[in-house]
Design a binder for this molecule. Structure first.
Ligand code: NAD
Length: 289
């Protein structure tokens, strides 16, 4: 297929390369010359505008920083410029309301569209092992699945337009809160004189167990290898966790939902970022406890 790819940064660069490896003809556009140069090295054809990149495309994939940018790219340069009926796939993490608005604008322009945010970081984007949570009609999902499968290990239909973004932010709201809860339990265990490996051995087999503990332990040298063992570098940046928690708070306000734990997690990650720690892995918040 001829696939236009918009936004070839940390995540999009590897994703576009995997579409090339799967045999697609990938037409790339990014505002950054460096990103475009890497895309060309990976076998993409590069263009100087979104409108040029989407000419003749069967599908358009985007991986952009935020909802305002996604909205302006789709409404100004994709809808009405890509061929009628082209499939639109936005893989960025953005707010649910904007995802639904863009989905509706695409539908009125005659384009099937899915919101398809990802779980998994840069390594998963490069390795083609992302998990996609997809919002859109059954028909749009059926068309999107083979394209997304070339970039990921799991592609799950979450529901109608916006449902992918809803699943992503609800999942990451759990993650933010459980990471902080896990960090504070380790900090308290230490102050109470427990050996941290022993506490891990107990809690990982007891009811305190969670992904934050057993797959991504915030304590160096305890549990499987994680960013904690690498000076809290790599992994999932605290700035991105804060972004996702802010989106969750926005969605909760819009839906009238009570999220006291998510709200507290957002406050704590906001303070952690404000102290200049946004580039560290999100598990580094243990250092503040
Ligand atoms: P990034 O900043 O590395 O890449 C974004 C790219 O978009 C940049 O290359 C930028 O030049 C380009 N861009 C910005 N505005 C543009 C425009 N108008 N037209 C064309 N290109 C434009 O960010 P990233 O880390 O690749 O993240 C992308 C998305 O993926 C975000 O929504 C993020 O929340 C989500 N995400 C990231 C991770 C991660 O670990 N990095 C994990 C899951 C989800």
């Amino acid at each position: 297929m001829k696939i236009a790819f918009i936004g070839l940064g940390n995540m999009g660069g590897g994703m576009a390369a995997n579409l090339v490896k799967a045999g697609h003809d990938v037409h790339a556009f990014d505002l950054s010359a460096d990103a475009l140069a890497r895309a060309a090295e990976n076998g993409c054809t590069t263009y100087t505008s979104v409108r040029e990149a989407v000419q003749g495309a069967d599908a358009v994939v985007s991986m952009l920083p935020n909802g305002a940018i996604v909205n302006s790219v789709y409404t100004a340069d994709v809808i009405g410029h890509a061929p009628a009926g082209a499939l639109l796939l936005d893989c960025s993490t953005i707010d649910v309301d904007t995802a639904r608005l863009i989905g509706a604008a695409a539908a009125s322009g005659g384009y099937p569209m899915v919101d398809a945010p990802v779980s998994g970081g840069i390594a998963a984007a490069n390795g083609g092992t992302l998990t996609f949570m997809v919002g859109g009609s059954a028909d749009a999902f059926a068309k999107a699945e083979p394209i997304l499968s070339a970039m990921g290990k799991a592609v799950i239909h979450a529901g109608d337009s916006g449902a992918g973004q809803a699943a992503k932010i609800c999942n990451n709201m759990i993650l933010g809160a459980t990471m902080i809860a896990t960090c504070e339990a380790f900090a308290l265990a230490e102050k109470l004189g427990l050996d941290l490996q022993t506490f891990y051995d107990i809690s990982s087999k007891a009811s305190g167990q969670s992904w934050s503990m057993t797959s991504y332990c915030p304590v160096p040298g305890v549990g499987p290898a994680s960013p904690a063992d690498n000076g809290y570098q790599g992994g999932f940046a605290a700035a991105l966790m804060l972004k996702d928690l802010k989106l969750a708070m926005e969605a909760a306000r819009s839906a009238g939902s009570q999220v006291p734990m998510g709200a507290r997690a957002e406050e704590l990650y906001a303070a952690f970022n404000a102290a200049g720690n946004g580039g560290q892995d999100f598990s580094a918040i243990i250092k503040t406890l």
